[in-house]
Design a protein around this ligand. Structure first.
Ligand SMILES: C[S@@+](CC[C@H](N)C(=O)[O-])C[C@H]1O[C@@H](n2cnc3c(N)ncnc32)[C@H](O)[C@@H]1O
Length: 280
């Protein structure tokens, strides 16, 4: 089933946390000169037009990047994030929003490689076009689960795998955990980042339980919501699960997200949650 199009949701509050997490991890990994491999199992279209009918139908970006655009007072990680978005919008009007591969490509260096998987017949050609000419990038019109597994471990044994499915089928909550376990078996020192939506509390509890049951160590969970009331319709919050996080990640995300909530979502029900799912 491939009815999901990220163009309706690009730049929303959930993308903010997802893309901040990717930037923070890659900036940390890039402190060492050894080449990195970035794998995006669900890459999307690579770039989104916020003036397109799909984005304008939901206006979700107003609650995400729209809260930050034009601000001059941002702490370092948010400033870094905004500068990447600004490169796509040189005229200072917020017109385009980058997808996860675009954020990654802008953090990575000449010696690094990116493998981007996207199955959708409309989004795949858009993705390929965005990265045409970038010799670091390979785009795969293939199932991201299968391709990412085939790429493990990367030759330099340094890398980040981002798993960002659309959860169109309920079984995907278990599929992602099984997949993380399979990836980790092949590449135990890799960094893995999984995005998840919170649409009901039961499914989230099940996800946390299944992750604990894997026996994988060093798993952290970061969650950002516009409301903590999970009984309301729609996606009120979303999070990132990171395996083998850089030691700086928790502190960096925590201070950034607290700042963001106070500055951009005052007098709202917005919240931030950290959970250590598994320690050392
Ligand atoms: C949430 S979107 C990705 C957004 C993107 N990661 C970003 O942050 O900009 C999920 C994407 O996964 C694609 N997709 C769904 N199942 C897939 C699969 N098995 N392998 C690769 N791509 C898939 C969908 O077509 C959709 O474009």
């Amino acid at each position: 089933m491939l009815s999901y199009r990220h163009a309706y949701h690009a730049g929303n509050f959930a993308d903010t946390l997802k893309h901040l997490t990717i930037i923070a991890i890659l900036r940390h990994l890039c402190k060492k000169s050894g080449p990195l491999h970035y794998v995006d199992t669900h890459a999307g279209a690579g770039r989104y037009d916020l003036q397109d009918a799909k984005a304008l139908k939901t206006h979700e970006f107003n609650e995400g990047i729209g809260k930050l655009w034009g601000r001059q007072d941002l702490p370092p990680l948010l400033d870094d994030y905004l500068q990447v978005v600004a490169r796509l919008n040189p005229s200072n009007n917020l017109h385009y929003y980058p997808g996860s591969p675009w954020f990654a490509a802008h953090c990575l260096r000449d010696q690094d490689k990116l493998a981007l998987c996207e199955l959708h017949p409309t989004d795949f050609p858009l993705l390929r076009e965005v990265f045409r000419g970038d010799m670091r990038v390979r785009c795969f019109h293939e199932d991201g689960y299968q391709r990412s597994l085939a790429l493990m471990p990367p030759p330099t044994k340094r890398g980040l795998v981002v798993i960002d499915p659309s959860y169109e089928v309920k079984t995907e909550y278990q599929t992602v955990v099984n997949h993380l376990q399979a990836l980790h078996k092949r590449f135990a020192t890799g960094v893995f980042a999984l995005w998840y939506p919170v649409v009901d509390a039961g499914r989230l509890q099940q996800l946390e339980y299944s992750l604990r049951q894997t026996g994988i160590k060093r798993i952290q969970l970061f969650e950002f919501g516009l409301t903590g009331n999970h009984d309301l319709p729609g996606m009120g919050s979303a999070g990132m699960v990171v395996i083998n996080p850089p030691w700086t990640l928790r502190e960096q995300l925590e201070s950034t997200m607290q700042w963001l909530i106070n500055a951009a979502y005052p007098d709202s029900d917005a919240y931030w949650r950290y959970l250590e799912i598994a320690g050392e």
